[in-house]
Design a protein around this ligand. Sequence first.
Ligand code: 0A1
Ligand code: ZN
Length: 853
Amino acid sequence: MKDAAPQTIYLKDYSTFGYIVEHVDLTFKLHPTATRVLSKIRFAPNPDATDRRFFLHGEQLKLISAKIDGKAVAPEMVDGGLQADVPDTAFIWEAEVEINPAANTALEGLYMSNGMYCTQCEAEGFRKITFYPDRPDVMAVFDVRVEADANNTPVMLSNGNGVSKGDGFATWSDPWPKPAYLFALVAGNLIAHTDQFTTKSGTAVDLAIWVRPGDEGKCAFGMEALKKSMTWDEEVYGREYDLDEFNIVAVDDFNMGAMENKGLNIFNSSCVLASPETATDGNFERIEAIIAHEYFHNWTGNRITCRDWFQLCLKEGLTVFRDAQFTADMRSEPVKRIDDVIALRARQFPEDQGPLSHAVRPESFQEINNFYTATIYEKGAEVIGMLKTLVGDAAYAKALDLYFERHDGQACTIEDWIKVFEDSTGRDLTQFKLWYSQSGTPEVTVREEYNGETFTLHLSQKSAPTPGQDEKHPQVIPVAVGLLNTDGEEVQPTMALELSKAEQSFSFEGHTTRPIPSVLRGFSAPVILKQDIDNARRAFLLAHDTDPFNRWEAGRDLARDSLLGTILEGAPHNTAYLDGLKALLCDETLDPAYRALMLGQPSQSELAGIIHKMGHIPDPAAIHTASEALRDAKARAFADMLPDLYAKNQVEGPFSPEAGPAGKRSLANAALALVTRLDGGATASQQYAHADNMTLQLAALSALIDAGKGASALQAFYDQWQSDRLVMDKWFSLQVMHAKPEDSATVARTLTQHADFEMKNPNRFRSVMGVLAMNHAGFHHQSGAAYALLADWLIKLDPINPQTTARMCSAFQTWKRYDAHRQSLIKEQLERIATQSNLSRDTSEMVGRILDA
Ligand code: 0A1
Ligand code: ZN
């Protein structure tokens, strides 16, 4: 059975499937190269459908036999599946197929990872397991029997509750109707870290994190995160868990972060396994967030799912929004918001301003795997945040209650979601809905006016054309604003202005002295703010803004302008920035994590995007030089206080990954990076020698590499950690990340020749090639060596793993920003990829869209 030929699928063509699936029975006879899957499915005509063609998806399946109501049939094999003549009334479809998990390197469907069987069915992997209507609006109850060799494969897991198990078999039953993309099966030699959770209505739930032998010491943190997530969802959203057990499995070979399969979440091992010695504070925070994300999907995604894949943001935007709320509650709200905005600008803005720009709810696609994007996830979450700001917290809570009550058990659309808000608030959200259909990042311009009593903000909005969308309409943009007096006191607390026209003015009465506005507080909308204010005003906001996000943003803007001044005009660094920052760093009333963020500066790639938007051509080498020079300037300007800052933020006592100590470590490590510019690595060597956790060890190693003294520490690190896969990923990525621009392609190429480089493992591949693309000056080195190296490896990976290859093509999405020389180098590589024979549908769609820029 061959795969479906590439074709464009349109939202407007949606129609319901002609049949309802009343029940699914599956039996798996597991074998590495010849697994048999027996399916028995009860279908009934769907009274709501008009089209009664009986088409089942199926790809890469060997059909052994098929029956309808017990009688053998010979279905017609067609592109992407099969068709058959079926009775007018309910009937039973039975099929036996054979599949080859060991040959499945694409990691979609049933595959093998280190001797373990595991599945990935979102978005369209189930069709590689058996013939089925593999679409999210077909929901059914599944019973599953797994049979395997009991010696090699003692543990057999699937969705729902375990019913029975014995020598060489296990049976599972999932009472909740679900779409096939939530199906999961895992089997292998696994060990469980177990616990229990009692829901607020008193049901005891057995919890387990299943890992390969040797990893059982890295599960405790994940388990705590799971229990916190379960409690939080009960307390904040009133959502309880609904099965007797909840299983998580760690898998080494996985294309994405994790997957929310009903009752059986499957995780990339990098997103669940952690110990103080092997995981950084950043890893701990990410693991907590991803465990929460997958768990929250149980309601937002599983109980209420998507009607079709165009509605992907319905589950992903909402679940990202929920996991962000959770992290803000567990840790620090301003720090989480700043982290999220940094990530949005790094990943979503370039996507939305380049050839891959698409709406939060796209209207067409070729390969749905290419739409698991920052726009669907992160901008999708921003849209929900704006909705909450517009309607208010209480109305948001009421609307969510209605959403769960009205749509539980259904496959829904964005229209259903919006309607819930309209019905529960009485508000017309027609214009707000543009956020789902209009792509691109709006620009909001602010002008101020003051007449001795009334202070007015004149706001305007504008969006540049994006692929397929030349005309843009004004959107509803909540612009959160506060006003300060010259002593830094708040004279107008934060309020959300609703900008819904192209131009609109908002007046504040009764101000006898001119107030100072703080605009777009908390980054209340995913827009680019244009405000013509001087350094003195920014320095004032950096010192006094009562909104922690905007206080950070004022420093960020000063850093940006200072860098742009150097890059574009050769101007010296801005002293207002360095002075303002210095005052903040010593302010011990401020959270260390927040101060560490203050020390950061816009990334080189972000600067390139800004310079391009200003109408100039970014020069990656000049951006790199200026960024390094600003760091040197900080080191010199703060020289007298850095040792103290470093010393005061050392953490005593046993390691804890909580926000407090993690924040201190991040500030101490930020100080270390600067100190290294002054002491040539002396402090970093000390830290490396005494580090008893990965956060300190890795920061010291990075500093030593930056100081040109990394060789022996890198070797020592390798010797210490060579048998730990996840730590070795760090060893690979660190070298590429810290390589000098002129060396990065060579460093990356040499690492691909290392005995531990495995291209089939997505984590390892990304730790070299993905990181190469993130080393801005190295990737864009004028030699073009990095472009060619990445293209070589994408061409090699595509036949093995199209999904990961296609995702990594986005490294080239910003190519039109750069000069003619670089553009022609990149174009040559994109065309080389595009003209490979048998290029996957995934990669061909991505390269085609990027080339169309
Ligand atoms: N739904 C998962 C992520 C995920 C998406 C696609 C996958 O394969 C194409 C795998 C996982 C989540 O949001 O966590
Ligand atoms: Zn998700």
